[in-house]
Design a protein around this ligand. Structure first.
Ligand code: FES
Ligand code: FES
Length: 156
């Protein structure tokens, strides 16, 4: 059954009509062309599809688009301010915290949410926040360094 959904994506109001069962990930990628959000496992296990819904990290593959009606969604495309990258994006670049980059949008958005709640996290808090994000390239040490850098302690 089709439903009409209005929500905000990266600050822009969007209205779509879609099958009520479709995932937010499919709608973002296929209907709105926001392919920065990645399909990994499709089962809520890898974190590749993570976006922020009302500021909270959310797995778009297991979230129905209908469930974000009236809410604000932030994808990786909406993180930079014009040509100025977000500090977390800058930190990931500075630390070369990726190889293929497939996990990176989800890692970055989860980090943004972490640092909003906990500006100076311990390593344990960083690991807890990113624990369920998988990186098939094994870039974990550099990702950890990038999160530390973004938190203002690049030397640790
Ligand atoms: S694709 Fe959504 S958690 Fe893996
Ligand atoms: S950089 Fe390739 S999956 Fe993480």
């Amino acid at each position: 059954m089709d439903v009409a959904i209005t929500f905000t994506v990266n600050g822009q109001p969007r209205s779509i009509t879609t099958d009520a069962a479709r995932s937010l990930l499919d709608v973002l990628r296929e209907d709105l062309g926001l392919t920065g959000t990645k399909y990994g496992c499709g089962e809520g296990m890898c974190g590749a599809c993570t976006v922020l819904v009302e500021g909270k990290p959310t797995r778009a593959c297991v979230t129905r688009a209908a469930d974000v009606a009236g809410k604000a969604v932030l994808t990786i495309e909406g993180l930079a301010a014009g040509s100025a990258l977000h500090p977390v994006q800058e930190a990931f670049l500075a630390e070369d915290a990726f190889q293929c980059g497939y996990c990176t949008p989800g890692m970055i958005l989860a980090t943004v949410a972490l640092l909003r709640e906990t500006p100076h996290p311990t390593d344990e808090q960083i690991l807890a926040a990113l624990n369920s994000h998988l990186c098939r390239c094994g870039s974990y040490p550099r990702i950890l360094k990038a999160v530390r850098r973004a938190a203002g302690k690049p030397g640790r």
